[in-house]
Design a protein around this ligand. Structure first.
Ligand code: GDP
Ligand code: ZN
Length: 319
């Protein structure tokens, strides 16, 4: 039988049986989530990760007639893609979501302050995984014409990202968000306190995610969500589903070396290899560097360039 991972911790995963299950089985299971463990020690093809499975993964399961509600995971159905980050504590890639159609990068104009550096990391990771990304600016009710924020947002639009200006509080833009999510599997990524739980509660009231007190979550930095979780939106099949990820403070990209980072800054990518020193250009000091020329000409925003420089430094330390 095939099942969908909806959430999981170290070795226990909650799996929703999918339609391919025998009808008689489905009746017994009737929308139930099965508590599953991996059969044997390791799952074929998933070694090397901090966690072997993530919400959105499809697996083969064996139901256990002696233990109703429990099953064993025997196999991973090949992933279409994976949204990961590099877990620095575990020194391994961490799977945040699998088989997703879209990455929602949630940010705010204020409270917590707009953080383009964090946004750039999420965008880079989405480019690496070849998953389309949309920038969701929540708490738009708090926006007061901050020139710097407006100018940065406009630049993201210019380089080709779709932006949605919304408010979970007033409901502004929520219809557009619901339309965007329909029929798709989306993963929501953002720092703690940007309103991910509030947005999901609006879209899927049955989810009842705990909305944190801003002081508690953002200023003191304790997190109410610790693991990703898949939530079906509004029951209907075309409602889509959303994978909520833990609100991380920092996101270290996974699968990207300092030398190939420029490929994942989408407005840098066409210039890669065009510099006088070709692919060995560090884009920092070399004469005839097309990236530095583009920064000087305003084709690359200097703040994106700054993000790029900082991130290459961090990646160099990592590798
Ligand atoms: P999460 O950490 O990303 O899940 O954020 P939460 O959903 O827990 O929200 C953090 C805080 O921001 C809570 O106090 C929410 O009430 C508040 N909040 C969420 N969305 C909005 C919004 O659109 N506007 C305003 N003003 N506050 C919001
Ligand atoms: Zn260069």
């Amino acid at each position: 039988m095939t099942g969908l991972i909806v959430r999981g911790s170290n070795n226990i995963f909650y799996v929703r049986p999918l339609d391919s299950a025998e009808e008689s089985d489905l009746e017994i299971l009737a929308g139930k989530e099965l508590e599953c463990r991996i059969k044997g020690k390791v799952l074929k093809g998933v070694q090397g990760y901090y966690n072997p499975l993530a919400p959105g993964d499809k697996v083969q399961i064996e139901v256990d007639p002696l233990h109703p509600g429990k099953a064993l995971i025997t196999e991973l159905v090949e992933r279409k893609n994976a949204f990961t980050r590099f877990n620095q504590k575990g020194m391994a890639p961490q799977l945040l979501a699998a088989n997703v159609d879209m990455v929602l990068c949630v940010t705010t104009p204020a409270s917590p302050p707009f953080r383009p550096r964090f946004l750039d990391r999420v965008l880079v990771q989405a480019e690496r995984a070849q998953i389309p990304a949309v920038i969701i600016v929540n708490k738009w009710d708090l926006h007061e014409g901050d020139y710097d924020v407006d100018e940065r947002l406009e630049d993201y639009r210019r380089i080709g990202y779709r932006l949605l200006l919304i408010s979970a509080l007033t409901g502004e833009g929520m219809d557009d968000l619901a339309a965007l999510l329909s029929r798709r599997v989306s993963v929501m990524v953002g720092q703690s306190g940007v309103g991910k739980s509030s947005l999901i509660n609006k879209l899927a009231p049955h989810a009842e995610l705990k909305v944190g007190d801003l002081c508690e979550k953002y200023e003191r930095g304790s997190h109410t969500t610790t693991m990703s979780r898949l939530i079906q939106l509004q029951g209907s099949a075309d409602g889509g589903c959303i994978i909520d990820t833990p609100g991380v403070r920092r996101l270290m990209p996974d699968g990207i070396g300092p030398d190939d980072l420029a490929l994942y800054f989408r407005e840098f990518a066409p210039l890669v290899g065009q510099c006088t020193y070709g692919l060995s250009c560090s884009h920092r000091i070399e004469p005839g560097c097309k990236i530095m020329e583009a920064v000087a000409a305003g084709v690359i925003h200097e703040d994106r360039y700054e993000s790029y420089l900082r991130l290459t430094d961090e990646l160099k330390e990592l590798y």
